[in-house]
Design a protein around this ligand. Structure first.
Ligand code: 13P
Length: 264
């Protein structure tokens, strides 16, 4: 593993002032950590992006949008275009989060249009996929993941690891009521995801795409998850929203991935 991907989506929680103080503190607390080994990112509310860009050192922290419209501009009231995201300092577009799919009705086809548009505009598309509890129960998890990948990435030319990241976030694992996936279960699903990406994009490109796990990641399970062969990063909600707590989690992950002698 060359570097780990660690980031958070602050959902509809932190506003403008909270985001600014959060990213300032996170940058300060993690400034000493080597960025060639750590891709750190924060995905705040749209309204806080520009201010976050001004308060965070871009060399320490990347920013993203929690959603994106599928056109450069147009009659899409309430949507944010890739150009607008870039203008506010975002370099990542988080697409197809389970809350958008299952609470707000987003389909694979909508997500696909967004992925194509994000990549075309030079953003990193962070595609989120994951099965529901019912699908897991019925033994359909791998089929669901394959379907979400094949539909969500339809007609995307083989991407580089900068153009596409995939986050596996089982719906049943996310949020207050969520139960984190075991590291073994997550690893199995990540294997399926990797296999599908290789099928879609070939050995070389398919193997380059970073795979992140998300869903009730916490300081207790983060280290076990990141040590799994096919888990390249963690996408975290609640456990990352306090900067000192997140910084501790980041340090413990880096410590196991890159034991001290290699960090010097
Ligand atoms: P939690 O870590 O709070 O379960 O949220 C995960 C998530 O939705 C990240 O996008």
């Amino acid at each position: 593993m060359e570097k780990v991907y660690l980031g958070t989506n602050t959902k509809m929680y932190k506003g403008l002032a909270d985001t600014v103080s959060y990213v300032e503190e996170l940058c300060r607390l993690t400034a000493d950590l080597p960025r060639e080994k750590l891709e750190l990112f924060v995905i705040p509310s749209f309204i806080a992006l520009d201010a976050a860009r001004k308060s965070a050192d871009q060399k320490l922290l990347r920013l993203g949008g929690q959603n994106m419209g599928w056109a450069e501009e147009g009659p899409y009231t309430g949507e944010i275009s890739p150009r607008m995201l870039l203008e506010c300092g975002a370099t990542i577009a988080e697409l197809g989060h389970s809350e958008r799919r299952h609470v707000l009705g987003e389909t694979d086809e909508m997500v696909n249009r967004k992925v194509l548009c994000a990549v075309e505009h030079g953003l990193t598309a962070l595609l989120c996929i994951g099965e529901t509890a019912e699908e897991k129960e019925k033994g359909l998890a791998d089929e669901v993941l394959q379907m979400q990948l094949k539909r969500g990435l339809y007609q995307l030319p083989p991407p580089t690891g900068e153009q596409l990241w995939v986050a596996y976030e089982p719906v049943w694992a996310i949020g207050e009521q969520g139960v984190p996936a075991t590291k073994e279960y997550a690893e199995e699903r990540h294997r399926t995801i990797r296999r599908t990406l290789v099928q879609l994009f070939g050995e070389e490109r398919g193997a380059q795409i970073p795979l992140l796990y998300g869903g009730s990641v916490n300081p207790e399970n983060a280290v076990g998850l990141i040590q799994m062969e096919h888990i390249d990063g963690l996408f975290i909600g609640r456990s990352a929203w306090d900067a000192p707590r997140f910084s501790q989690l980041i340090r413990s992950v880096l410590d196991v991935c890159f034991p001290k002698e290699t960090m010097l």
